[in-house]
Design a protein around this ligand. Structure first.
Ligand code: SAM
Length: 238
């Protein structure tokens, strides 16, 4: 019997999703990252066990909420949260050293408008994010899963596009960026066919990098080497 026919209960009432967009890497936490988690988790950490969020309770105010999936080490997320103090930010990452690095940077920057989950974003969306609540969702340089046989692990898929749409407010924007051309084409194909979205590109493909997305070091190096980066922005219209 295949795994699909025989799902194993993860916990009562919940079944393991078999295809995940990440492989959990057992990276070592540096002392600084461990300290940052210890010192800041109570004020900045969120847990799926607490269920659906009430943003005004979480942030103590009402403001547009931006959610980022797979923030890596969190450098650009912290920069964005610092640059847009009128918005509240939620970051999701499964890589613990990334959580530690992000919290250390957030603490150093003294920002109060950022919270993080250490969990699979697909489950966080389903269990913790109210429908039609987000002003923007961001996915920057997601794991490209180069080999054809792994393309099914790419997080951008028709079904996922609809899960994202469900969480965006009408007028909210799903912003993706990748440096892997084949994934950019895949994103464009999936999103162009997805119901309820409008491509914000005048040419119906890619948009220039918006000012709010910081240029990462890795991207600057890519530019010097002549590598491309593709940004896609789709607005929820229905
Ligand atoms: C290639 S890295 C890019 C990190 C960062 N966005 C950047 O631009 O440097 C992709 C990240 O997404 C995370 N990731 C992949 N799937 C995820 C999921 N379903 N939920 C949360 N994080 C995920 C991985 O752990 C990894 O850190």
């Amino acid at each position: 019997m295949s795994d699909q026919q025989n799902p194993q209960p993860e916990k009562e009432g919940v079944y393991l999703r078999k295809i995940r967009s990440f492989v959990k890497r057992e990276g070592r936490l540096t002392k600084g990252q461990a300290r940052a988690i210890e010192a800041n988790w109570s004020s900045m950490g969120l847990s799926v066990d607490n269920g659906m969020l009430d943003f005004s309770q979480v942030f103590g105010r009402q403001a547009p909420v931006v959610l980022e999936i797979g923030f890596g080490m969190g450098k650009s997320l912290v920069e964005m949260a610092a640059a847009e103090p009128d918005k509240d930010f939620i970051g999701i990452e499964v890589h613990r050293p990334g959580i530690g690095a992000c919290l250390a940077d957030a603490e150093a920057a003294g920002i109060k408008n950022l919270r993080v989950f250490e969990h699979d974003a697909v489950e966080v969306l389903a269990q913790c994010i109210p429908d039609a609540s987000l002003a923007r969702m961001q996915l920057y340089f997601p794991d490209p899963w180069h080999k054809s046989r792994h393309h099914k692990r790419r997080i951008v898929q028709p079904e996922f596009a609809q899960k994202v749409r469900q969480k965006l407010a009408i007028g909210g924007v799903w912003h993706m960026a990748t440096d892997w051309e084949n994934y950019a084409e895949h994103m464009l194909e999936v999103m162009s066919q997805a119901e309820g979205y409008k491509n914000q590109s005048a040419s119906q493909d890619y948009v220039p990098r918006p000012d709010f997305r910081p240029l990462t070091k890795f991207e600057q190096r890519g530019h010097r080497l002549g590598h491309g980066v593709w940004d896609l922005m789709f607005e929820r219209i229905a």
